[in-house]
Design a protein around this ligand. Structure first.
Ligand code: KG4
Ligand code: ZN
Length: 386
């Protein structure tokens, strides 16, 4: 089946066309197009996303994105079997643009439409495994062995880390072929989440403080990488050691909640306490390394504890912050130490917001599609996954 995925929950306008083909061992996904129009330039001067500006940009970009996505996929609207759109959680002005656009398409072309939870879509993006990483053919279950069989993946613990969310989600099950009963309340349970800032938000706010621009995650990670490699070369050591230590908030609490706002404040205090002449490039890079490591230490520790407690067969890392190389590597290394556990992360370009992940999640939610249902789809800024 051919699915059109539409994503406008934050500051990326994403439209994708995917082809989902059930196979004997699972389902094969072909991402025919995955167009993302970024609004970085619009929001960069403000150091974060301005909701009304985001909505204005979505409105401007959504139709050109659709045209490009259909053209790249070599499909017409008449060939689309299902329209999938993010209906929450997210910024309401942004969500409304995508939802109303999708509803108009569904009405005009008489197509079924489904509202998709953005968090679920981030998780679903991790379930497709690259063939050999070069083709755009993806398989939910590949020929890589029985451990990848869908029945063997659950229960799973998913760490969803983005600019707006930090949640640990227990994914309890997925249906047997044709895998259409993934999703819904009895599939997920949020076992922990941030009490204040999201991990991505912490990256963004610290980057703003250090004048590194927006989005902060990639900027901090680049600076941290520079400091790490310089340190390892100049000191001939194997483990980088920073001169100052930031807190690891809530790392020893016996729950799966997070708190990142204090970390940003700690960076602010260290930064302002430093004589302005001594705020050298090296100091900024070291600060970035320590900030990134503090965030990673908390995320890895809580995720591993959850994986052990819930006897997870799979650990999933998803969301925009999953693009962070150090987090990917350090969580992968920690999961490796849990016997028989599998670690899944989406391809880099499927980590940050995009339409393909919405379309993939839609495939697993077909049981929720109702005939001629465009009227009942509503945007919900606070939509919960479980
Ligand atoms: O999932 P996403 O695209 O949008 C939301 O749903 O929020 O995530 C965006 C977030 C931003 O906070 C950005 O700084 C962060 O993901 N991010 C990263 C990296 N790439 C993007 N954080 C750390 N390291 C990265 N390489
Ligand atoms: Zn996201």
């Amino acid at each position: 089946m051919t699915i059109l995925g539409i994503e406008t929950s934050c500051d990326d306008t994403g439209i994708a066309v995917i082809e989902a083909t059930p196979t004997k061992v699972g389902v094969k996904f072909d991402i025919l197009s995955n167009v993302v129009s970024s609004q970085i330039k619009t929001h960069a001067p403000f150091g974060g996303v301005v909701p009304n500006l985001a909505a204005r940009e979505h409105l401007k970009n959504i139709e050109p994105c659709l045209k490009t996505a259909l053209k790249e996929a070599d499909k017409k609207m008449s060939e689309i079997d299902l329209i999938a759109v993010t209906n929450g959680p997210g910024l309401i002005p942004s969500l409304l643009i995508g939802v109303n656009f999708a509803k108009a398409l569904a009405y005009r072309y008489k197509k079924p439409i489904i509202g998709i939870n953005h968090i679920e879509a981030h998780i679903a993006a991790a379930l497709i495994l690259s063939g050999r990483g070069i083709s755009n053919s993806k398989f939910l279950i590949s020929k890589q062995g029985p451990k990848y069989k869908i029945q063997n993946l659950f229960p799973a613990i998913a760490l969803v880390v983005s600019g707006g969310h930090t949640q640990l989600v227990l994914v309890k099950k997925i249906g047997s072929p044709p895998h259409q009963n993934f999703g819904g309340g009895d599939t997920y349970k949020i076992i922990g989440e941030t009490r204040d800032d999201a991990a991505g938000e912490c990256f963004d706010k610290v980057a703003k403080l250090l004048n590194l621009g927006y989005p902060g995650g990639p900027a901090i990670s680049r600076q941290a990488e520079k400091w790490k490699s310089e340190f390892l070369i100049s000191k001939s050591e194997t483990n980088p050691k920073t001169k100052f230590q930031l807190p690891r908030p809530m790392v020893n609490h016996k729950n799966y909640d997070f708190s990142f706002s204090g970390l940003k404040t700690a960076v602010l205090y260290l930064f302002t306490a430093q004589n302005s002449k001594l705020r050298t490039q090296d100091f900024i890079q070291e600060m970035c390394f320590e900030t990134q490591q503090a965030i990673i230490d908390v995320l890895v520790s809580k995720t591993i504890n959850a994986a052990k407690e819930y006897r997870a067969k799979t650990v999933i890392l998803a969301g925009g912050v999953a693009a962070n190389k150090e987090l990917r590597e350090q969580l992968a290394a920690a999961v490796k130490k849990i016997p028989h556990s599998l670690f899944l992360i989406p391809d880099f370009k499927l980590c940050t917001d995009n339409g393909a992940m919405i379309a993939i999640a839609a495939y697993f939610n077909q049981k929720n599609i109702k005939p001629i249902n465009w009227k009942i789809i509503k945007a919900d800024a606070n939509l919960r996954i479980g």
